[in-house]
Design a protein around this ligand. Structure first.
Ligand code: C5P
Length: 232
């Protein structure tokens, strides 16, 4: 069954711990991104793990293969379950990340590739030399490239997951942000889908932030999403 990951888009370890406690036992997986990790470092990962929760460390590594290899090992030692890299870091970098993770055997973190940031449009791609490909073409090409070179899965929009899950090998993980239960505020997200639609299209992990963090009753908001995907 698809898993629910709550994005800890907060600024401090104390706030993160308070949110996790407020959400309660129904959610077992949390995303720590650049804002929180840069503020609090590995201690916040340890704090989330100490509460018995799994961690998606979303730092989107993009560097030379040796540096990414060592960063993945550092994340694996912290006990994280999912980590992100940029697919445009190239074949050797993706392989270095996958091989570094694999050294941890049963506790190896899964390596997820980012294809094209959803903030980029066609003219942004042209600015960085990607000419003659639409963002959708570039997503499809980079997704295949990342999986062929050892990534375990992809971070992608719920609008992309259907086509990607049909074209990539079975067992590929699809992590989708931009998920909104029917009736929830969309906020600054432009291309959203409901939890059920995302999972029906192949999403294996839903990343949800504000619809749970900012809800009047966060545990109830989480339970509603879990019930929606459990009923499929
Ligand atoms: O609050 P909301 O549910 O929109 O949060 C979604 C989370 O997923 C945020 O942490 C956001 O940075 C992340 N994300 C996203 N879109 C992407 C990649 C990551 O919304 N393309």
């Amino acid at each position: 069954m698809a898993e629910l990951i709550v994005a800890l888009d907060v600024q401090s370890r104390d706030e993160a711990v308070a949110k996790i406690k407020a959400i309660g036992p129904d959610v077992g997986f949390y995303k720590i991104g650049l804002e929180l990790f840069t503020a609090e470092g590995p201690d916040v990962v340890k704090a989330v793990r100490d509460l018995g929760k799994k961690v998606f460390l979303d730092l989107k590594f993009h560097d030379i293969p040796r540096t990414v290899e060592r960063a993945v090992k550092s994340g694996a030692k912290l006990g994280v379950d999912l980590m992100t890299i940029h697919s445009v870091g190239g074949k050797a970098m993706i392989r270095a990340a996958a091989d570094a993770a694999a050294e941890f055997g049963a506790s190896a973190p899964k390596i997820l590739a980012v294809t094209v940031l959803t903030s980029l449009d066609q003219s942004d791609l042209e600015d960085v030399g990607i000419v003659g490909r639409t963002p959708a073409d570039q997503v499809a090409a980079m997704a295949k490239f990342a999986i062929d070179n050892g990534a375990n899965g992809l971070v992608c929009s719920p609008k992309e997951v259907g086509a990607l899950s049909r074209s990539l090998k079975a067992g590929t993980l699809f992590i989708t942000p931009g998920v909104r239960p029917a009736g929830a505020a969309v906020g600054d997200q432009k291309r959203v889908a409901t939890p059920a639609d995302a999972v029906r299209d192949g999403s294996t992990h839903l990343v949800v932030g504000r619809p749970i963090l900012a809800a009047d009753d966060p545990p109830a908001a989480a339970r509603q999403i879990l019930a929606e995907i459990a009923g499929l």
